[in-house]
Write a protein that binds this ligand. Structure first.
Ligand code: NDP
Length: 330
């Protein structure tokens, strides 16, 4: 199969706040970065409604609108975009090699901004149709799917900010939202907890695990089988939709043979910079941040990664001539 060969000084994997901020800075440094956008261009903010905590937007801004601004700004400074999925990487030597279905991309420096994705419980009934009820009543994105649950009783699983945000948002559509949490106190921030506690449509079931999602592709979700973790008592709780909101998994699997990571898969970076264990490879945003995970901190580390890459390239030029685009047989 013929693959297109591309060679760039800076390649950025990911197009959320981290990746696009890295692109804006690299573009302005005249490095003509390539952004590989991946399957969810714009990242997690594309499935968010109002973003009220991004500085500079006093009245708030919708997530997709904010990401369009980021993208336009990156494009204005010469960023190229490629919609592709990186299947394989070779970081053994520079230029680094990235392989997609249709391209072989060589990168003098690499910025990983591949973000994180929603985690699932791994219980029966949760997988996508036809194996389970995913897409037929089970979702991990209230903003995307809430509208389909108008007038229905819903369950949200989790006790963090995401769960509170999803539960609160879903009350716009649902008759009732029941948050099922495995402990007797929430992890969510005080302000998000208070908002959920004040909402008449939100109820809580504490110390409880969801063990199975019940229903068929024809009926949709009819309920969940739950277990009280203190008493061991099992029961069926009726509902017509289930939203899983238990956190996120960094999208870093393709780098696992190369980069130092923690046990979950967050890439380890130098304490003060975005440097990874491989010189010339930098990581920013949620792919390396299990702690702050905010759009503004992701954007901040994207800026850092670009500056780190620029300084690295200055200090470590590659002498070989650069082919900007050619076709090769693989
Ligand atoms: P968190 O990791 O903060 O919370 C995950 C929740 O899911 C916890 O309550 C956890 O329980 C529960 N959980 C995890 N695994 C399981 C499991 N296998 N079974 C049952 N329950 C499980 O993730 P979030 O996505 O909520 O938040 C991530 C970050 O994003 C946070 O820093 C948060 O502040 C931020 N955020 C901010 C928002 C905002 O400011 N508007 C909105 C959404 C997120 P336990 O508590 O027992 O560990």
């Amino acid at each position: 199969m013929t693959k297109t060969n591309i060679h760039k000084e800076v390649v950025i994997i990911g197009s959320g706040p981290a990746g696009l901020t890295a692109a804006i800075y690299s573009g302005r440094a005249n490095l003509q970065p390539l952004v590989i956008e991946g399957p969810q261009p714009g990242g997690q903010l594309m499935i968010t409604t109002d973003v009220e905590n991004y500085p500079g937007f006093a009245k708030g801004i919708m997530g997709p609108a904010l990401m369009q601004e980021f993208r336009d700004q990156a494009a204005r400074f010469g960023t190229e975009f490629l919609s592709a999925w990186v299947n394989r990487v070779d970081l053994s030597k520079r230029p680094f090699t990235l392989e997609t279905d249709e391209q072989i991309i060589q990168a003098d420096s690499l910025i990983i901004a591949s973000g994180a994705a929603a985690k699932w419980l791994g219980i029966p009934g949760e997988a996508p149709v036809p194996q389970g009820l995913g897409g037929a009543g089970v979702s991990a994105c209230a903003t995307c799917d809430g509208f389909f649950f108008r007038g229905k009783p819903l369950v949200v699983v989790g006790g963090g900010d995401t769960a509170m945000e999803e539960a609160t948002f879903l009350t716009k559509f649902a008759t009732k939202v029941t948050v099922i949490h495995r402990r007797d106190s929430l992890r969510a921030s005080k302000i998000m907890q208070d908002k959920a506690f004040r909402n008449d449509k939100i109820e809580f079931i504490w110390d409880t695990a969801v063990e199975e999602i019940l229903g068929t592709a024809e009926t949709g979700v009819t309920g969940v089988r739950i277990k009280n973790l203190k008493t061991g008592a099992e029961s069926i709780f009726p509902c017509e939709g289930v939203f899983i909101a238990i956190g996120h998994q960094p999208n870093t699997a393709v780098f696992k043979d190369w980069l130092d990571m923690d046990e979950i898969g967050y890439i380890k970076t130098d304490r003060r910079t975005t440097a990874t264990n491989i010189p010339g490879v930098f990581a920013c945003g949620d792919a390396q941040d299990a702690y702050y995970r905010q759009a503004i901190t992701a954007a901040g580390t994207g800026c850092m990664a670009s500056i780190d890459a620029e300084r690295f390239l200055d200090a470590n030029p590659i002498e070989a001539p650069q082919t900007r685009e050619a076709s090769v047989e693989v």
